[in-house]
Design a protein around this ligand. Structure first.
Ligand SMILES: Nc1ncnc2c1ncn2[C@@H]1O[C@H](COP(=O)(O)OP(=O)(O)OP(=O)(O)O)[C@@H](O)[C@H]1O
Length: 469
């Protein structure tokens, strides 16, 4: 990646670890070509640097710690936000033949003797595995786990900490999951153990806050400066996703039915709804219209079986609250529809990133109404949400500029128009119906930019950020 001299050090395949790393990349993970910045992030991780990886859904961020974990002595501790995500990751790794595990809940046995026994059990497991998955709460509060980690640390068998979905630190850290906000304590408790933070798409300002919160400065580096971490940006905005905002009629269900039947009558998709009862209602409406739909939310009793039915294409459309989707790796999701205004651009970007993970063209449709804006503003007002609804509303109301360009501009922090168009405007503007309309008048407004250009810009902005205390 141009523009960041630090990264040059991690280029290439001339490291002592490279042959073995390549063998695992090919034979265990079954992969053949590294994605943008993936090799650099992997090299830096294996070389025990504190690393920060940020990128869009499905960009291949997990490999940046999973592959190094396989090569490292000792265990890699992955801190992950939800049990279902943990289960999915472990299952996926086990299928590849990689040993990964999460400790059981030991509630109810808290005398010293049982704690020692449980610690021993964990230590025993840790000697057999490469990746340990835990929630932030567990890594901070579970005494058997902490004892076991101290034991591994003393033996030099704690390879690194990974903070997966690190954007949650800022989104949740101060509100309802305070342990997220205290993960920096790991740096003090396990001095010298490298840390890798992996974040989904979010703005540079938020990324800087995450780094600051985690105190991820490589202070031992001779070139120490305020932000000396090794940062790698990966694909932020896959070009196979086509974004559109459409007016929502009073009955959002009809909008969805019409759109799905016209575009993907038999293909898999997600309809995001604001509340649980709307999920049930939406699924009912879609079913009545002949689409196979199911509902998924916190109150769904058999959530796993609903999710599996959808994953196996036994149910075509899943109508869900935004609690659904983190860690879902269904490749053939052809559309993500928002029947209600997303809470922020960050949420929107993440939620739409669940479409098209197989790289094929997929659609992200947002049905917008001013009433939803009022309702959501009212609910958000007074809460401690670090993300803002306003840019989302501006995005919905801006009917002139290409959707893709708006997203890029938001995440890169700078308007990308200067780099936005190339000669082949028609092909590019196929990404967004607004841009098509505009280009028919000869205007060059599409915001398509090369992924590397975007990455550079994110980084440039990132580098210019003031230190945040
Ligand atoms: N270099 C690569 N070549 C081909 N496929 C890859 C490569 N790296 C990762 N993948 C595949 O891309 C898919 C997504 O990867 P991964 O789960 O690492 O993404 P992610 O960035 O962590 O996404 P999310 O944040 O949404 O979980 C996986 O199926 C993975 O096997």
């Amino acid at each position: 990646m141009a523009g960041n001299p630090v990264d040059e050090r991690f280029r290439g395949l001339d490291f002592a670890h490279s042959p073995e790393m390549l063998r695992m990349f090919n034979n265990i993970f079954g992969l053949h070509e590294f994605r943008d910045n993936q090799l650099e992030a992997i090299n830096a991780t294996i070389l025990n640097k504190n690393v920060f990886v940020v990128g869009g859904n499905g960009a291949g961020k997990s490999l940046c710690y999973q592959l190094p974990a396989c090569l490292s002595r000792g265990v890699t501790v992955v801190i992950s936000p939800t049990i279902s995500l943990i289960r999915d990751q472990i299952q996926h790794l086990n299928e590849l033949g990689i040993e990964a595990w999460t400790p059981p809940d030991y509630q109810g046995y808290s005398d010293e003797e049982s704690i020692d026994e449980q610690s021993l059990e964990i230590v025993c497991q840790l000697s057999k595995i490469k990746l340990l998955y835990v929630t932030p709460e567990k890594v901070r509060m579970s005494r058997p786990l902490i004892n076991a980690l101290r034991d591994q640390f003393a033996k030099g068998l704690l390879a690194r900490f990974v903070i997966d979905e690190a954007q949650c630190i800022i989104e949740w850290g101060n509100v309802f999951r305070p342990d997220y906000g205290k993960l920096n304590e790991l740096q003090q408790d396990f001095k010298g153990v490298p840390m890798i933070a992996v974040s989904g798409p979010t703005r540079p300002q938020i990324l800087a806050k995450i780094l600051n919160q985690l105190q991820m400065n490589n202070r031992q580096e001779a070139s120490y400066s305020r932000w000396p971490d090794f940062r790698f940006t990966m694909n932020f905005n896959p070009t196979n996703l086509k974004y559109a905002v459409k007016p929502k009629t009073l009955d959002g269900g009809t909008d969805c039915i019409t759109w799905i039947k016209e575009h993907y009558p038999h293909k898999s998709g997600i309809v995001y709804c604001w509340k649980s009862e709307y999920c049930d209602q939406m699924a009912k409406t879609l079913n009545e219209a002949g689409l196979q739909a199911c509902s998924y939310h916190a109150g769904t009793t058999d959530r796993d079986s609903v999710q599996n039915r959808w994953k196996e294409n036994k149910c075509q459309v899943i109508c869900a609250t935004v609690a659904f989707g983190m860690g879902i790796h269904k490749p053939d999701v052809r559309y993500v529809i928002h029947s209600f205004l997303p809470k922020s651009m960050e949420h929107y970007h993440r939620e739409t990133g669940r479409a098209g993970r197989d790289g094929n063209v997929s659609h992200c449709i947002l049905f917008f109404s001013g009433n939803d804006e009022k309702e959501l503003s009212f609910v958000i007002r007074g809460t401690n949400e670090p993300m803002s609804l306003q840019p989302m509303v501006v995005y919905c109301r801006n009917t002139v500029v290409c959707r893709r360009r708006q997203l890029h501009t938001y995440f890169a922090g700078v308007d990308t128009e200067a780099n936005s168009c190339n000669e082949n405007a028609e092909a590019i503007c196929d990404n967004c119906e607004r841009a098509n309309a505009a280009t028919s008048d000869g205007e060059r407004i599409c915001g398509e930019v090369g992924i590397s250009v975007l990455s550079e810009r994110v980084l440039e902005v990132f580098d210019r950020l003031p230190f945040l205390d």
